[in-house]
Design a protein around this ligand. Sequence first.
Ligand code: ADP
Ligand code: MG
Length: 238
Amino acid sequence: MGKIVLKSVRKAFGEVDVIPGLDLTIEDGEFVVFVGPSGCGKSTLLRLIAGLEDLTSGTMHIDAREVTSAPPAQRGLAMVFQSYALYPHMSVRKNIAFPLKMAGASPEEQEKKVTAAAKVLNLTNYLDRRPGQLSGGQRQRVAIGRAIVREPSAFLFDEPLSNLDAALRVTMRQEITELHQSLKTTMIYVTHDQVEAMTMADKIVVLNAGRIEQVGSPMELYHKPANTFVAGFIGSPK
Ligand code: ADP
Ligand code: MG
């Protein structure tokens, strides 16, 4: 289950209110995209959800459980980082299995889950390679595989494709969308790229200076932008 509810969430760094106060509900199984210009607070909001930053005030629930002060490991979420963060000296198999090993899973269970994740991600033939022997897209898939084996209630992506070239970005976009369709797990995806938002999201959250300008489906935002900021950002004619 992966319903995430934020209430009056505020985040200040020193004197600066990066997120002045925000309410948001993400339904179980939704593909939600946080979009907005650089510096608007997308990564901060994702890191608050992941538990990598403390809230200044407000609350957060995952399903019925309050997780406002829970450490990242207790939230059941998996963050996929932009920089891959793979271990270069380990095989793909060991990279994917790493969180399972840390959690004390048996070698049999590790192998079973790694095999299943590799199948979903088309990595079956690459399990014995090291990250340096893979393409950028394959490395990104290994990073996703490492998240999948933990069977999280939601995946959190922070601009996962920004290091890839344009053609590969299109392919990976499609692959992540297909992954969502097959896993049906909540996904929160941060990007500054309007095209990614419009093509991938069930629901788009448009952020501007730490505030939500509008929440809606791509169609709603395109046809009924709430204001000129959304219209300008999404590219509709208003
Ligand atoms: P985005 O991901 O949308 O580009 P960020 O969430 O990274 O934006 O940053 C939002 C704002 O918060 C920026 O002005 C940034 O400088 C500031 N910020 C982010 N992290 C910190 C931090 N650890 N300390 C101080 N300011 C920060
Ligand atoms: Mg960011």
